[in-house]
Ligand binder design. Sequence first.
Ligand code: SAH
Length: 225
Amino acid sequence: MVIRFLLLFSFVIAQQSSWESKAVKMVNEQIIVRGVTDQDVLKVLKTTPRHQFVPPEIADYAYDDSPLPIGEGQTISQPYIVAFMTEILEMDSSHKVLEIGTGSGYQAAVLSPLVKQVYTIEIVKTLADRANSTLKKLGYKNVTVRWGDGYGGWPEEAPFDRIIGTAAPAEIPPELIEQLKPGGKMVLPVGTKWQELIVVKKSFSGTISKKNVLPVRFVPMVHPE
Ligand code: SAH
């Protein structure tokens, strides 16, 4: 009995440490080396179980340096891109954040411990439902998932301190700029064939500034007319 318990216990510990050591390696070898330095962001990436957000058949590759398919023709972003976008948003624990493109729910899980509340919208129902149950199962309490078109933002919950888009519209949706708080910041990929990650800032007086920060490749933001 005692031996069985010890064996089970060491199996559980081994499982745990195997993904955690993969996550630490991922942060050291893919993220710090590319220049991400925010300690809170690095800590969240080391402690978020990315393998729980990908289909079980490819869980072994969850911490690899690449995007991965999550079904419905969609992908979970490369870990470095998640880290870069999270760092650039400069969030704090009072922030209300909107994400467009829940996908697997991983980016929302990474945002969760850094802010007060995360609202995330996904247009594909099966993905929205799956992300919602993954996040609930793992105990993320401050993330609200909604199934729908996020192109027009989430007016009922606006304004937001931060907005993150993880699907690329051809142009920045004006509704998203409107739903940004004065002093707020948004990061999203923009473009069709060529995409750039763009940071949009709204000053306290309401002036908008835009800056291109990185060439990227994301799935398109669907916008049914
Ligand atoms: N952030 C995700 C990855 C997103 S992939 C993660 O961490 O896994 C981009 C997602 O945006 C896809 O799931 C796609 O279905 C969704 N999407 C595309 N257009 C959308 C729209 N208009 N509104 C909401 N979601 C959209």
